[in-house]
Design a protein around this ligand. Structure first.
Ligand SMILES: [Fe+2]
Length: 389
């Protein structure tokens, strides 16, 4: 018997949690810990997660094609070693030791998709300003980055202030999180009024509350906007929590809510060299662990895709939705200052801006998209650190 902890099928540093007992019956091993917690582990699942049998010690991923799995009675004995590890004996392989801390992690219900992901907390205009952190050290501090990502997930928005107002900073910061999600606007896009705009974003026009790229099967999870200059008058930014709006509509406007969540629209972008299309409702509620997705960008909403009889009510519901989205109950308004870096969940939080005159002064933002996956992944990794800065 070696003292080296058995490898686990992940890269998490699990604390050692010695088992009290392990009993095999009917293909399941019932594991018990001294604090009374018990967990039933199926034989083939244990086989898939046995070091050296089911997963590779170096890549930590599974090796067994399900077609090649043995019969469930491949496991013939389960016991607990003196150090509290689980010991398994097989008909077709040498005995294996399984890390009891990893088993405890699973028994505690932590091997799930939303592990380390804070629940979404809806907010209204009562918050006044976006959750804000000093961003001066954001590139250097993992604990600061953890706080930033927690805000982005929980509230769906976080503003960093005092970041360097230079063009490469946004890319450098996002590189610490994960890859940028590109679009037909490029990888990092520049938001300033353009002489020949190909999107409403590149004009000085007012933009009502919206989410970007509902023309995609999976609209980008997060949007980041970094302000490099803002000397125009007007152009205030606005944010609305679509989750709070959806909850209020479900309660206060059930007929509109039904249409907003069930009646489909076609979304199509009108760029010269791109033609993305997708169909969906204005609100996809957060069900079965999938995130809320608000598809609300009227410049690219093309046509109703529903029976004629539903169309008049669906238009009424659209109007109700947009009135809620800009209602003083829900909407916050603020101005970008150079060095502000605003991030928000693009599928949950609606954004917009007031009109500005681009001929008077300069307004220059760089922006990019990042999928939910990258934010969640980075946050899970950072949550492995303790909270002591
Ligand atoms: Fe936008």
């Amino acid at each position: 018997m070696t003292n080296r902890p058995p490898p686990t099928p992940d890269f998490i540093d699990h604390p050692w949690r010695p088992l009290e007992s392990a009993t095999l019956a009917d293909g399941f091993v019932t594991l018990r810990w001294p604090d009374g917690l018990s967990f039933r582990a199926y034989s083939l699942w244990l086989h898939e997660n046995a070091p050296g049998i089911g997963f590779d010690e170096h890549i930590r991923e599974g090796l067994l094609d399900p077609a090649d799995l043995p019969d469930p009675d491949v496991l013939i004995e389960a016991s607990v070693a003196a150090d509290g590890a689980l010991v398994l004996r097989w008909t077709d392989a040498a005995p294996t030791r399984v890390h009891p801390g990893w088993l405890r992690y699973v028994a505690d219900g932590r091997l799930v998709a939303d592990e380390a992901i804070p629940p979404h907390a809806p907010w209204t205009a009562a918050i006044g300003e976006p959750p804000t952190l000093d961003g001066v050290d954001i590139l250097n501090g993992e604990h600061q980055q953890k706080r930033w990502l927690r805000h982005l997930v929980r509230s769906g928005v976080c503003r960093l202030t005092s970041t360097p107002a230079n063009e490469g900073f946004l890319e450098a910061l996002i590189a610490t999180v994960g890859p940028i999600r590109g679009s037909n606007f490029g990888s990092v896009f520049h938001v300033r009024s353009s002489v020949t705009p190909d999107s409403t974003a590149y004009t000085g026009l007012k933009l009502g509350q919206h989410t970007d790229l509902p023309t995609r099967e999976s609209p980008p999870g997060y949007q980041f906007l970094h302000c490099l200059a803002n000397t125009v008058s007007g152009g205030s930014s606005r944010l609305t929590d679509g989750l709070a709006v959806a909850q209020a509509l479900a309660d206060e406007e059930p007929e509109a809510y039904e249409l907003l969540t069930r009646a489909n629209w076609v979304f199509m972008n009108r760029a010269v060299d791109a033609e993305h299309r997708w169909e969906g409702p204005i609100i996809e509620p957060p069900v079965d662990g999938r995130p809320l997705t608000v598809r609300a960008f009227y410049p690219v909403r093309s046509a109703p895709r529903m029976p004629d009889a539903r169309i008049p009510a669906a238009y009424r519901a659209l109007k109700v939705f947009s009135r809620y989205a800009r209602d003083a109950r829900f909407q916050i308004t603020f101005s970008f200052r150079p060095g502000d870096l605003l991030g928000f969940d693009n599928r949950r939080v609606l954004h917009g801006r007031d009109a500005f005159d681009g001929t008077q002064g300069a307004r220059f933002l760089t922006g990019c998209y990042v999928d939910h996956d990258e934010i969640y992944s980075r946050l899970r990794v950072l949550e492995r650190l303790d909270d002591t800065p």
